[in-house]
Design a protein around this ligand. Structure first.
Ligand SMILES: CC(C)(COP(=O)(O)OP(=O)(O)OC[C@H]1O[C@@H](n2cnc3c(N)ncnc32)[C@H](O)[C@@H]1OP(=O)(O)O)[C@@H](O)C(=O)NCCC(=O)NCCS
Length: 185
């Protein structure tokens, strides 16, 4: 199964994707707002993670990760759901566009929209949420464009570049997701 948008396709991750994944998560610019940046990650650890993602999933997995391809078929990033709670119908969304020459061209926003169409339309989850560093303006704008709203704030929750930074909780409910951009406020 592949999830297709206008330019972006979401597809299963394969062990062969690990080399690109390792290049991304050893890039300080990509890592700036990610938790994995705290420790070095070996090629082996990255390969194992990719192998795990490529394994068969149970009917109700607790997480699902997919690769993001652009319109040329180039593998540019990963997107996934974590902490899926099937009983209450919520999950955490995570995204990484690792190829920096693809930033700020709408790929992240489209990948999130494509994933949410599947999450709300097919998996029938009710709420998707996440926390972002307050100073990660790019990803905040990305989520805002999809219709996520700010639900709260964890004060000084992470330590980055010598200071404690707030984290913002953002969420979207199934009936709020239209698939199109809300008016800019
Ligand atoms: C965050 C990320 C997923 C966004 O993907 P992307 O494809 O670059 O995002 P899009 O192009 O769809 O949207 C980015 C928006 O942010 C805007 N933006 C970029 N830098 C900005 C800044 N400093 N301040 C405000 N807005 C900014 C862009 O202009 C664009 O908005 P627009 O379409 O209204 O012009 C990607 O850059 C990434 O993976 N970064 C590194 C990992 C990361 O931070 N992941 C998120 C962890 S929670």
């Amino acid at each position: 199964m592949r999830l297709r948008g206008e330019r972006v396709t979401l597809r299963a991750l394969e062990p062969a994707d690990a080399a690109a994944g390792h290049r991304w998560i050893t890039d300080p610019e990509v890592l700036a707002h990610l938790e994995v940046g705290a420790y070095p990650v070996s090629v082996l650890a990255e390969e194992e993670w990719y192998r795990q993602q490529a394994a068969a999933l149970p009917a109700h997995p607790s997480s699902v990760a997919m690769g993001i391809e652009d319109e040329t078929g180039r593998y540019i990033g990963n997107i996934g759901l974590h902490r899926i709670n099937w009983r209450d119908g919520h999950a955490v969304l995570g995204i990484l566009i690792g190829e920096k020459d693809r930033w700020d061209q709408g790929y992240g926003t489209e990948a999130i929209r494509v994933l949410l169409r599947w999450v709300f339309g097919r998996l029938r989850l009710h709420r998707v949420w996440l926390v972002v560093n307050e100073n990660n303006h790019r990803v905040r704008r990305c989520y805002e464009k999809v219709g996520f709203v700010v639900e709260g704030r964890w004060r000084q929750h992470v330590f980055r570049d010598g200071r404690h930074v707030d984290q913002i909780i953002m969420g979207i409910l199934a009936p709020e997701f239209t698939g199109s951009e809300p008016p800019r406020t």
